[in-house]
Design a binder for this molecule. Structure first.
Ligand code: GTP
Ligand code: MG
Length: 266
């Protein structure tokens, strides 16, 4: 079980981080993109699949644009950047096939849309933890954005030490004739969390690894250090900001010096 499951509104759910779900994994054939295309063609779904991917790609553009607009505004108003970078990716047809098959779900276009939330994925890398929640809140306030799910692995890290905030957004995309609502997974991380995840990812996908246990322990220890570091950096940033404010206040309370030359001339 992955801990508490709180339903906040009709569609929104908050899934407590620390997910250790026991998932049933079905055997998977690793196919080439051409083989996946052939299955779609044989089932008469190739065109619908391409159309669905175009919708997801458009949803990525939509979410990226929203983030870029927030970047512009927050940079101007707060005089610092709310995030360092954004990356986005569309899941490959082979990975989509593998994910559905591993879950024992037939590979059809309807099942892709119904069962997978991470076809369109965006990763936002922030310098500071509070910016992660600031951007999440700003997105949540937008009329046309609905947050369907939130997994807060910062508040409740995974057992291995993994930290990030994952949200599933639902955004409208406007086509020439109609409007579609698409789900997009957004992962927020600090620079330090992202660094950790990229190192840990290398280990996870190795088939054979020596000293796996001690590496895992070291990773868990490093994840906790990174968490401390992230929180300290935030405190340092706040102390610098306070110092700036104090200096500004001091300047403002000093009596202005009036130059004897300036005055009402008779
Ligand atoms: P999957 O999408 O099948 O992984 O299952 P899920 O939706 O239950 O997973 P979750 O939302 O917890 O994580 C989705 C994504 O987060 C993964 O595809 C990874 O990109 C990232 N992620 C989650 N856990 C880890 C982890 O322990 N290590 C690293 N490096 N990345 C992780
Ligand atoms: Mg996922």
């Amino acid at each position: 079980m992955s801990g508490a499951f709180i339903v906040l509104s009709e569609r929104m759910e908050v899934v407590n981080g620390a997910g250790n779900d026991m998932k049933v994994v079905h055997p998977v054939n690793h196919l080439t993109p051409e083989e996946v295309d052939r299955i779609l063609l044989e089932n008469g779904e190739l065109e619908r699949f391409d159309e669905l991917m175009m919708y997801y790609e458009s949803a990525l553009i939509e979410v990226r644009t929203k983030l870029e607009v927030l970047y512009k505004e927050m940079t101007l108003k707060k005089r610092r950047n709310p995030f360092e970078s954004i990356k986005s990716r569309l899941k490959k047809s082979t990975s989509i096939y593998e994910k559905l098959t591993a879950r024992g779900i037939p590979f059809t276009v309807d099942n892709i849309e119904k069962n997978l939330n991470d076809i369109a994925g965006v990763r936002v890398i922030c310098a500071f933890i509070d910016d992660i929640y600031g951007i999440r809140d700003a997105l949540a306030r937008q009329d046309d954005v609905e947050i369907l799910q939130e997994k807060d692995y910062i508040a409740s890290p995974k057992a291995n030490g993994y930290r990030s905030l994952h949200i599933i957004l639902r955004v409208p995309i406007y086509m020439s004739q109609d409007k579609k609502f698409m789900n997009v997974e957004v992962q927020f991380r600090t620079i330090a969390m992202d660094f950790w995840a990229s190192v840990e990812h290398r280990m996870k996908y190795k088939k054979v690894i020596k000293n796996a246990e001690s590496i895992s322990e070291e990773l868990k220890y490093s994840a906790d250090m990174i968490n401390q570091l992230d929180r300290r950096m935030l405190q340092i940033r706040e102390r610098i900001a306070e110092s700036d404010e104090e200096i500004l206040e001091e300047k403002q309370t000093q009596t202005p010096r009036i130059s004897p030359q300036i005055g009402i001339q008779s």
